[in-house]
Design a binder for this molecule. Structure first.
Ligand SMILES: Cc1cc2nc3c(=O)[nH]c(=O)nc-3n(C[C@H](O)[C@H](O)[C@H](O)COP(=O)(O)O)c2cc1C
Length: 394
């Protein structure tokens, strides 16, 4: 199967790219990522200010021992831009078929900073420029990061500086935050300013709560905490919505980021129209090697539908997502029970009794659906632990 794809005219061996984050914080890390099979990498965001990272800056959300959410208070790259230019040049020399993306952040009021960082990455041989308009912690307090991504005028102005500069030729890809009222409005403003594509989304503003035994906040920075960036599988639905909306308008190519932990997750973003995906948290938790399984899972998905190339399905399901008003108001669906699977555990009865329409009666042989009372809401099918209840259109 052919997993190759294309982003803004740049060929990619597969859709799987390392996101700007700790796994792309040095030459050695990115080199090992490429050797493991990642098709590209966005370097840890470059900026001019010195970075001093807090210790104990991560926290996690767990369910049954598994990490389902990740919070960070990490800053951008601690390496000076000059070091990064050398790293980008080395990577392009050693791995000519891999895509290297320069991620940059400057002051909202400083065209010089953005242009200098962009030129440095371009001269070093980067393939694309990602504009960090979306980091939700630390930088917004200084009018940068997501403070720019929440202000269409500033974001458009910076995009214009780069696109109108006659000696910058790389595609310019703003990385957006979903913490806005209307991401399509931001997307359309930036498309008008000349953006070539988008990366969506970055981490989301969050607070991971308290340790109830010690009464200390999470993450615990000497007894205090601040609002951090939420990433990992829990943010995938928010990323899917943002990517779906941006794929519909303005329709520029998207690199999807947010909660991608498997090749099946990637397939969903590709079905919406994103030709490439970026991964961070899954690599931080399980290492670069996860890309092998992700590729296998994407191939498995392609096999189910006899797709032989990614272009067979990129954007295939884009039109299946519409506004609420675009849905068929008279659509009817009812639950059906597979008696062989039902263990008569009562989960559906409890949920329907207290969260639904009191439409399931208990019996010795299993739940009995009272179709006159049933509203077709589907709650019973979701709480059933064995998959014995399926919704069917009527
Ligand atoms: C510890 C950490 C550091 C990050 N640093 C950056 C960064 O320097 N620049 C950037 O654009 N995004 C940064 N991100 C965001 C990731 O690139 C990615 O967009 C986000 O984590 C969502 O993807 P995920 O759910 O696969 O982690 C960082 C994320 C984490 C968890």
């Amino acid at each position: 199967m052919d997993l190759s794809t294309n982003y803004c005219g740049i060929p990619l061996e597969t859709p799987f790219i390392l996101a700007s984050a700790p796994p792309t914080a040095s030459l050695d890390l990115i080199r090992r990522g490429f050797e493991a099979g990642w098709s590209g990498a966005v370097v840890k965001t470059l900026l001019f200010d010195p970075v001093h990272n807090l210790q104990n800056r991560f926290s996690v959300l767990k369910q049954k021992g598994n990490i389902i959410g990740f919070e960070n208070l990490e800053q951008l790259s601690a390496k000076p831009p000059e070091d990064w230019y050398k790293i980008i040049a080395t990577l392009k020399r050693e791995f000519p078929t891999k895509v290297v993306i320069g991620s940059i952040m400057g002051d909202a009021q400083s065209p010089q900073q953005w242009l200098e960082l962009a030129r440095g990455c371009q001269d070093a041989g980067a393939d694309l420029l990602e504009l960090n308009f979306s980091c939700p912690h630390g930088y917004p307090e200084q009018g940068r990061g997501s403070a720019i991504g929440q202000n269409p005028d500033y974001a458009a102005q910076i995009t214009r500086w780069l696109k109108e500069c006659s000696d910058i030729h790389l595609p310019v890809v703003p990385k957006l935050t979903a913490a806005v009222a209307d991401i399509r409005h931001m997307g359309c403003m930036l498309a008008d300013a000349g953006a070539d594509g988008f990366c969506a989304i970055n981490t989301l503003p969050s607070f991971f709560g308290f340790d109830l035994k010690t009464l200390r906040p999470k993450p615990d920075i000497d007894g205090m905490t601040s609002y951090g960036g939420y990433s990992g599988v829990g943010i995938k639905p928010i990323a899917l919505r943002a990517v779906s909306e941006l794929c519909q308008a303005p329709g520029l190519p998207i690199m999807a980021s947010g909660g991608i932990a498997t090749g099946f997750d990637a397939a969903e973003f590709l079905l919406l129209g994103a030709p490439a995906v970026q991964v961070c948290t899954e690599v931080m938790l399980r290492g670069f090697g996860v890309v092998t399984k992700m590729q296998q899972q994407l191939e498995e998905f392609m096999g189910w539908h006899s797709f032989s190339t990614t272009s067979d399905f990129i954007g295939l399901c884009k039109e299946q997502v519409t506004s609420f008003g675009g849905l068929h108001i008279n659509f009817k669906a009812k639950p059906t029970l597979n008696e062989l699977r039902c263990t008569n555990c009562g989960s559906c009865i409890t949920a329907c009794r207290d969260g639904g329409f009191q439409a399931i009666a208990p019996s010795q042989s299993g739940p009995i659906f009272l179709m006159d009372a049933c509203d077709g809401c589907s709650l019973c099918s979701h709480v059933c632990p064995t998959g014995a209840i399926q919704m069917q259109s009527v």
